[in-house]
Design a protein. Structure first.
Length: 229
């Protein structure tokens, strides 16, 4: 599906990532990682920051511990990471540009869900404070048998709960980890943010159907305005 055909298509469901897509909280994860590493006498470099973007917090905690040279402290550093992140989000819950308008418009023509690697309480609290939670019928996070991104589970389950086949649903994502997860699930992918190479160290290249700088992109807004249920 090309960009032109994507913007002529009406998805049967839309599944949004949360951090960095709906909520301006990726910077909080970055700060939280800095805080935790600082407590252990280290500091992240740009490559580490990029490698941990979008990962499940337990995987991020493990990587923090290895980066700090203290792999045995993975559980402790994961707890410190979550505590720092929760405080930062509570102090400064801000939506990404265009997120509120696009969600409101999209809810008029398709069922919406959120698929996130964050704890449920963090996702729901942030969206609630932003006034967005009421638009989403389902919030999917890794719990029980549902594995975190880059596994496809959260996207497969979100599409199912919305009553849509994966190929008829749209994923809205900002991270490589999320692109891989949604692609593995078979959803169409709308990428948001600065455009980056899609290939990674493992060689898996996810499918991205359209890339926009932000959810306030004029063509995207026009698309949402012209959809019908």
């Amino acid at each position: 599906m090309t960009a032109n055909t994507l913007l002529a298509w009406t998805p049967a469901a839309i599944v949004f990532d949360c951090d960095g897509t709906l909520m301006d909280s990726e910077r909080h994860w970055e700060k939280a990682r800095e805080v935790v590493l600082g407590h252990h006498g280290s500091a992240p470099d740009p490559e580490f920051a990029q490698a941990t973007k979008g990962l499940h917090y337990t995987e991020c905690g493990r990587m923090l511990a290895e980066y700090a040279g203290a792999p045995a402290l993975a559980e402790q550093m994961t707890e410190q990471l979550l505590a720092s992140f929760r405080q930062l989000v509570a102090d400064d819950p801000v939506t990404m540009p265009g997120a509120t308008e696009l969600v409101r418009k999209a809810a008029a023509f398709a069922p919406l869900a959120v698929a996130s690697n964050c704890p449920r309480d963090v996702v729901e609290a942030g969206l609630s404070r932003a006034g967005l939670l009421r638009y989403f019928g389902h919030v999917l996070v890794p719990e029980g048998a549902v594995r975190p991104k880059p596994y496809p589970d959260v996207y497969l389950e979100a599409a199912r709960l919305c009553g849509a086949a994966p190929g008829d649903a749209l994923a809205v994502e900002d991270s490589h980890c999320g692109f891989v997860s949604a692609s593995r699930a078979g959803l169409r992918v709308l990428a948001v943010g600065p455009r980056k190479p899609l290939d990674d160290a493992a060689g898996e290249i996810p499918s991205v159907d359209l890339w926009v700088a932000s959810l306030a992109d004029p063509d995207l807004v026009k698309w949402a305005d012209t959809r019908r249920p």
